[in-house]
Design a protein around this ligand. Structure first.
Ligand SMILES: Nc1nc2c(c(=O)[nH]1)N[C@H]1C(S)=C(S)[C@@H](COP(=O)(O)OP(=O)(O)OC[C@H]3O[C@@H](n4cnc5c(=O)[nH]c(N)nc54)[C@H](O)[C@@H]3O)O[C@H]1N2
Ligand SMILES: Nc1nc2c(c(=O)[nH]1)N[C@H]1C(S)=C(S)[C@@H](COP(=O)(O)OP(=O)(O)OC[C@H]3O[C@@H](n4cnc5c(=O)[nH]c(N)nc54)[C@H](O)[C@@H]3O)O[C@H]1N2
Ligand code: SF4
Ligand SMILES: [Mo]
Length: 687
């Protein structure tokens, strides 16, 4: 039997066809506008049944033995009662705010993000925390403060595509297919990336930018476009505010002056600015290469402004503003006692820019545990995340989690984080649960993620774990739903749609509104002025730059740059491999076949000079610690730069990249620290 659903083995949320026989998942295929033989294939999806039926899956709740000798199996009643008892105990002893719920990326940010928020708000703790400060939410914030919501590139229909810090061929296959298609049909492809990615090789122009300097490039492009009168004057006049302030800020960054800093030539900057501004329509595909830098907010605001300046915003083949699904907000914010500040209280604009994102500065969890500031955290529930590997500065993170009185982990597998838990609750995989993912509520059409097989062992879907825990905490009235469908129907009521209707909506999902472009002609932008805000009064009033980089480029710190005498190599964190998602899936034999070691890409000239050979194990060191990775000689990086493999810390704790990173110097606006680039040194490892 073939069942339509959505793959959630990574955040790309590809629509797929799942093949099910006798209630078992036997195969799965991505859907695509391309003919089957032209489609990109995903190694993770191909291994879906191995992932789902892995002997390493957690299939029963586990409770830490009192003598510390490991875990013992428990029933759900016992495990959930224990968790509920801890919630009550910590509330009684230290107030409800001493309990936090930390969310990773894997259970999705759509309706599954609303459920723990609802639970925690009912319980009285404002501390439901996501990982958005390092993932894309800081970028969403920048888009939203510029033109009201996060635009998405319609690359397939663009004549010019700027891929900026994104590597879709390994991270988002549907998006990659759109880019390839447009390129094959004559679109100009510009790639801005310090690494020679497969897309960079295909590009008409590749800007090998100095890591972390994208904001400077965006401002220089804005300056060129304004100076050469290549902007869309009618759009700017009618639909934007703050043009003069932007012009003034950008004038600080003429191409001739900044080219050297960017590791580019002034000619390259001018050419890219001219091509982007004059080839219509043009789309900018921005990615995680712009996140995880302290300057992410101003950088991605400047990039967002390029879209508006050139009139590419909300035009077909440009960057389109979403048509979100009307959804009931079930988070129960109104229940919170607003005299209790969240632990992320230093980031008030980030906490509140959206109605549903809430708190996203993960690092505050570590601070609150270790520094007991603004108050101590005693208990954390980690759901669908592996912070001991994925948060910056792993040693610091571990010290915090060690100090907790209670740690509960909801996961499918035993992870570095789960090993520290008092209680582990086994979660069902994405093929075993029904949910509405962020991708499908942000914009039409709605595509349902369907449970296509029964849950494996005695694992439970995340929604059921949260709802049942809610009932045990005394909130039965707030969690009346016995099925995922009932809860989703409740949220979808304003859209006039039900899960049953969605299930009949066939292969392409359900559109509740036809696509519309240039919506700003009749609907104001969702900003305070109703216009695109090159200058933001909200930011200025908060004492922040009203225009990106209005006070100059600043010191733009790279982690450990002050010690670059001792740490002379520039490390770029995080090549993502199509086989894995962050720290996941390295227990799956089929996925390890093509290599089971964490690789570091080193330019052959650097390797020769320092005496490192292909395949050799090398030490990489920063003031935070040392890791070991395997050398791959590669010219995808320039001399002086190395690219570190991402996500291996669970498989091989010695290769945990975040042992090297720092979370000490955060953005005032989004709490993001520069964990994507760092100064380091290489060292020989004695055999
Ligand atoms: N240095 C460095 N640090 C990074 C990054 C980087 O590139 N470099 N990337 C950053 C980014 S963008 C992100 S998003 C974060 C990711 O950080 P995390 O969200 O912590 O990442 P994952 O390793 O994907 O962890 C997901 C966990 O959820 C479990 N899981 C999978 N599916 C489900 C499910 O349906 N329910 C439940 N309950 N659990 C499930 C998996 O087994 C896994 O243990 O890491 C960030 N950290
Ligand atoms: N296979 C796989 N797919 C995934 C994931 C995974 O771990 N594995 N993770 C999922 C998640 S949580 C996320 S957030 C997305 C992320 O997916 P993407 O948005 O594609 O992000 P990355 O692959 O981290 O980095 C994209 C590109 O940015 C470049 N880059 C690095 N530093 C800089 C810089 O300073 N400037 C510029 N311009 N470019 C830079 C890198 O070289 C890389 O080519 O992928 C999702 N999909
Ligand atoms: S890229 Fe692969 S793992 Fe990610 S959603 Fe698509 S099919 Fe699933
Ligand atoms: Mo992410």
């Amino acid at each position: 039997m073939i069942i339509d659903t959505v793959c959630r083995l990574c955040s790309s949320c590809c629509p797929i066809e799942a093949e099910v026989e006798d209630n078992r998942l036997v195969g799965a295929r991505r859907k695509s506008f391309l003919d089957p033989d032209k489609r990109l294939t995903c190694a993770k999806l191909a291994a879906a049944s191995e992932i789902v039926y892995s002997p390493r899956r957690l299939t029963v709740p586990l409770v830490k033995c009192e003598d510390g000798s490991g875990f013992r199996e428990a029933g759900w009643d016992e495990a959930l009662d224990l968790v509920a008892a801890r919630f009550h105990r910590h509330r009684q002893e230290s107030g409800p705010q001493s309990v936090a719920w930390l969310r990773g990326m894997a259970a999705d940010w759509g309706t599954p993000w609303d459920y723990p928020n609802r639970l925690m708000n009912a319980f009285g703790s404002p501390n439901t925390i996501g990982n958005g400060s390092i993932c894309f939410v800081a970028r969403d914030f920048a888009h939203s403060y510029t033109y009201g919501s996060m635009a998405y590139p319609e690359a397939k229909n663009a004549r010019c595509i700027v891929v900026w810090g994104k590597n879709d061929g390994d991270t988002a296959l549907g998006a990659a297919e759109g880019i390839h298609w447009a390129k094959e049909h004559g679109a100009t492809l510009i790639v801005i990336d310090p690494v020679e990615t497969p897309l960079a090789r295909k590009a008409d122009i590749w800007l090998r930018i100095k890591p972390g300097h994208d904001g400077l490039l965006a401002m220089a492009m804005i300056n060129e476009i304004i100076k050469a009168n290549l902007y869309d004057a009618e759009f700017v006049e009618k639909y934007t505010i703050g043009f003069d302030a932007l012009k003034k800020a950008a004038a600080q960054f003429p191409a001739d002056k900044v080219a050297e800093t960017l590791w580019l030539s002034a000619g390259q900057i001018r050419e890219v600015a001219r091509i982007y501004a004059t080839t219509k329509p043009a789309a900018i595909v921005d990615g995680n290469g712009l996140d995880m830098h302290r300057e992410v907010f101003d950088t991605t605001r400047a990039v967002a402004m390029l879209r508006a300046l050139t009139g590419n915003l909300d035009r077909p083949g440009g960057d389109v503003l979403p048509q979100p699904i009307p959804l009931r907000n079930i988070q129960l914010h109104e229940r919170l006692d607003d005299t209790i500040l969240p632990i992320t209280h230093q980031y008030p604009l980030f906490n509140t820019f959206s109605e549903t994102w809430g708190n996203q500065v993960q690092g505050c969890v570590v601070d609150a545990i270790l520094d007991e500031s603004p108050y101590p955290l005693k208990m954390v529930v980690v759901q669908s995340g592996n912070p001991l590997v994925t948060m910056a500065d792993s040693r610091h993170t571990r010290a915090a989690f060690d100090k907790l009185e209670t740690l509960v982990v909801i996961d499918m597998f035993m992870t570095e984080t789960a090993r520290l838990a008092d209680v582990i609750l086994p979660a069902a995989s994405c093929f075993e649960k029904t949910q509405l993912n962020r991708a499908s509520i942000r914009n039409n059409p709605i595509i349902l993620q369907n449970a296509v097989i029964p849950t494996v062992g005695d694992s439970w879907p995340d929604w059921k774990i949260v709802f049942e825990l809610g009932r045990r905490l005394g909130f039965a009235a707030d969690f009346p739903w016995q099925t995922a469908e009932e809860a989703i129907d409740h949220q979808l009521e304003p859209a006039g749609v039900t899960v049953a209707v969605l299930r009949q909506s066939g292969k392409t999902g359900l559109r509740i509104e036809e696509p519309r472009y240039e919506k700003y002609r009749d609907t104001p932008f969702r900003t305070p002025s109703g216009k695109v805000e090159f200058f933001s009064c909200r930011l200025a009033q908060a004492g922040l730059p009203g225009v990106p980089f209005e006070d100059g480029w600043g010191d733009n710190p790279i982690s450990f740059a002050d010690q670059s005498g001792e740490y002379p190599v520039l490390g770029i964190s995080g090549s993502r491999d199509i086989r894995f998602t962050n720290s996941q899936f390295r227990t799956i034999p089929a996925l390890l076949k093509e290599g089971a070691q964490c690789l570091v890409d080193i330019h052959p000239e650097d390797a020769a000079r320092q005496g490192f050979a292909e395949g050799e194990r090398v030490g990489i060191e920063t003031p935070k610690g040392v890791v070991e990775m395997t050398v791959r000689l590669s010219t995808v990086v320039s001399p002086g730069i190395i690219r570190l493999g991402w996500g291996w810390g669970d498989h091989d704790p010695r290769a945990n990249l975040n042992i090297l990173t720092s979370d000490d110097n955060r953005s005032r606006v989004t709490g993001t620290s520069t964990s994507r680039r760092l100064m380091c040194r290489l060292c020989k490892i004695s055999p």
